[in-house]
Design a binder for this molecule. Structure first.
Ligand code: FA5
Length: 342
């Protein structure tokens, strides 16, 4: 290659290495190939050259022109690629990081149901899947509450079909189905939503959760009931909790009791949760009424049983220090999320 072309070429290559953007690249090309560019000047000067020189210089100059065009295209592509990479790097987002997405949370009632079910399954209870629409027979007659019985008025009922179907007012509506489908001895726990046509206030809802437990076997007594409930409460609150039984009336148990437990927050000294009494009202329970056992096909000469039922909403309120039950059924996510990990 002609020495002057070679010198243009090497300075062009050196200069190109320093070029890092399209504007400088265009300028670089213009300085070589533009009207007043170095190579153009050489091509223009060809007319004064000897024919021999004209042929070699012309050929070399043209070769360099194509080379410069090629270098230009290659560099332009490199600059473009670098721009894309920088953009990608700047805008890259780790979608798996999910910093800006709120973490999921279980509903406080679900958390309490899960814990209560864990406790009972550890004690060997089977979980029974209840129904929310039940027959009048299941809800009332089968648990010793005949049509004329005043106890029907104790729970204001939503009728689905008058005289036939109701929204279950109590998980006790499952007792008869359980008795008919299990052979003693057995122990079953039933968590479910129940419904009562009641005025709603801070401690009453018309839709709430109950947990029913029934245990049937030989020589089942109130002592077994006491042990079961104390064990469950100890597991739930992580400390010793005592219970006391007061006489209580429920048509499906005899004797019937109301069970309170010692306040796990103040240990009897009196606090806001137990309303300074040291005790928290918890559940209805008792030994299963012979009529209920017989209606379920259980041999009452051989077997006895106990049953209990408690409100899960009230337990969740105690556990989380909530003073208004209505937040459970309202859909205020801000209120519900705060209990997620307690
Ligand atoms: C019953 O429902 C009986 N079936 C419990 C039972 C089962 C007794 C087995 C004996 C043997 P009671 O109506 O008291 O009983 O309701 C039980 C619990 O449900 C109450 O202690 C309370 O915690 C909860 N509860 C009752 N009414 C409401 C309401 N309107 N809102 C929220 N919780 C309620």
């Amino acid at each position: 290659m002609h020495s002057s072309i070679l010198s243009i070429r090497s300075s062009a290559v050196a200069h190109l290495e320093k070029v890092s953007n399209i504007a400088d690249l265009i300028e670089w090309k213009n300085e070589l190939l533009g009207k007043t560019g170095e190579l153009s000047s050489i091509l223009k000067s060809l007319k004064d050259a000897t024919p021999e020189e004209r042929s070699t210089l012309g050929k070399d100059a043209n070769t360099l022109r194509w080379e410069i065009e090629e270098m230009y295209e290659k560099k332009a592509a490199e600059i473009e690629e670098q721009k894309v990479q920088e953009k990608l790097h700047k805008e890259w987002k780790d979608l798996t990081e999910r910093k800006d997405i709120q973490t999921w949370a279980l509903h406080p009632l679900t958390l309490v149901i899960n814990d209560v079910m864990d406790t009972f399954t550890r004690m060997g209870f089977e979980i029974w899947q209840a129904k929310e629409i039940v027959t009048e027979y299941e809800n009332f007659d089968s648990v010793n509450v005949p049509a004329s019985h005043p106890a029907r008025d104790m729970q204001d009922t939503y009728w689905i079909e008058w005289g036939k179907y109701v929204l279950s007012t109590q998980t006790s509506s499952q007792q008869n189905n359980i008795l008919k489908s299990r052979k003693p001895p057995f122990q079953v726990i039933v968590p479910d939503r129940v419904f009562r046509n009641e005025d709603i206030d801070a401690t009453h809802d018309n839709t709430f959760y109950q947990v029913e437990g029934i245990v049937v076997g030989e020589n089942i007594s109130l002592a077994n009931l006491k042990y079961t409930i104390e064990t469950m409460l100890k597991d739930l609150f992580g400390k010793e909790v005592s219970i006391r039984m007061r006489p209580g009336f429920f048509p499906f148990v005899e004797p019937g009791v109301e069970i309170d437990f010692s306040c796990p927050f103040c240990g009897w000294s009196g606090c806001k949760v137990c309303k300074k009494s040291g005790w928290i009202e918890f559940m209805g329970a008792g030994l299963m009424h012979p009529n209920v056992l017989k209606e379920g096909g259980v041999d009452t000469q051989k077997y006895s049983g106990f049953a209990f039922g408690f409100g899960l909403n009230r337990l969740a309120m105690i556990r989380y220090g909530i003073d208004d039950m209505r937040i459970f059924m309202h859909t205020d996510i801000r209120a519900l999320r705060q209990f997620a990990w307690k």
